[in-house]
Write a protein that binds this ligand. Structure first.
Ligand SMILES: O=C(O)CCC(=O)C(=O)O
Length: 278
């Protein structure tokens, strides 16, 4: 369980260090399922498959189970309370020796959520060391509020719009966070973070699951977004609720996934005004 000390650390620094979640055997099973669904399917269909690395919990039972993991939700409940929705999820794969990296950013920049209470749970399915390009956080930066980002078109950047924080970030203050497979960390929607290229000989995989308490709403565009209720009650009706994928119902799952990510991209494209917020 998350201790009082860790909650204080989250309040002051904007993140909680990795906690044990999956056993090594569970992490290995989850990794195999993730590689099969998010890498092999893309390879076999020559990229024609819808982007399975975004919101995979709408497509694949293994991911639907992971985002509802009771131990993960218990830890999260200590941070955001009992009514919990999954708002978004990204599978972050850095191949061995790849140059791609994640620039300094705040997760909430193009989500348009209010209040700023979204939390990202980052679940490691492989080791994530400094050499592999682990997460690095700027402690306390969530207290600065939303800072200005700019879009860039560097192909090595792993964010959808290459969005990166405009001002200089003090790299010396960054805290690298290394993971063993099966561990989970938590970070605040406004904490500044980055991760470097994978210089190792092994693939690095982590899943960033964005959770929100049910009272949070998407306030910046008229697009009605969808989300999945994973614990408690949806008293506020701020989102259309997404279905859980069932074995044998792949077509229905693919349709729900396509609908959800189309709305998500539509909304994020309509958020240029976020760039003006400081
Ligand atoms: O996996 C990474 O290296 C970056 C992940 C990230 O930026 C996030 O989950 O918010």
């Amino acid at each position: 369980m998350i201790t009082r000390r860790e909650l204080d650390h989250y309040r002051d620094n904007g993140f909680i260090h990795p906690q044990p979640l999956l056993t090594p055997a569970e992490a290995a099973r989850c990794r195999a399922a993730c590689e099969e669904s998010c890498i092999e399917v893309e390879r076999k269909t020559h990229g024609r498959h819808p982007n399975a690395r975004v919101k995979p919990y709408l497509l694949f039972p293994w991911a639907a189970e992971l985002v509802r993991h009771p131990k993960l939700l218990d830890m999260l409940e200590a941070i955001i309370g009992p009514d919990i929705l999954v708002f978004h999820t990204t599978v972050w794969i850095k191949e061995a020796g790849s140059d791609t990296f994640v620039p300094w950013h705040q997760d909430g920049t193009y989500f348009g959520l209010e209040p700023c209470e979204q939390v990202t749970a980052w679940v490691a399915l492989t080791p994530s060391t400094r050499e592999m390009g682990c997460l690095r956080f700027l402690p306390g930066s969530h207290r600065e509020g939303q800072v200005q980002h700019r879009d860039t078109d560097d192909e090595k950047l792993m964010l959808s719009r290459g969005q990166t924080i405009q001002r200089r970030v003090d790299e010396d203050r960054a805290v690298p966070v290394e993971f063993r497979p099966g561990e989970v960390s938590f970070h605040h929607t406004l904490v500044m973070h980055t991760s470097g290229p994978n210089r190792s000989t092994g693939r690095r995989i982590g899943i960033g699951i964005s959770y929100i308490p049910a009272h949070v709403r998407h306030a910046l565009t008229p697009v009605r977004l969808s989300a999945s209720l994973v614990r408690g009650r949806n008293r506020y009706d701020h989102f259309d609720l997404e279905p859980r994928p069932e074995a044998g119902e792949e077509e229905a799952a693919a349709a729900a996934h396509a609908d959800s990510i189309a709305r998500f991209w539509q909304a994020s494209e309509h958020i240029p005004e976020m760039r003006g917020i400081h």
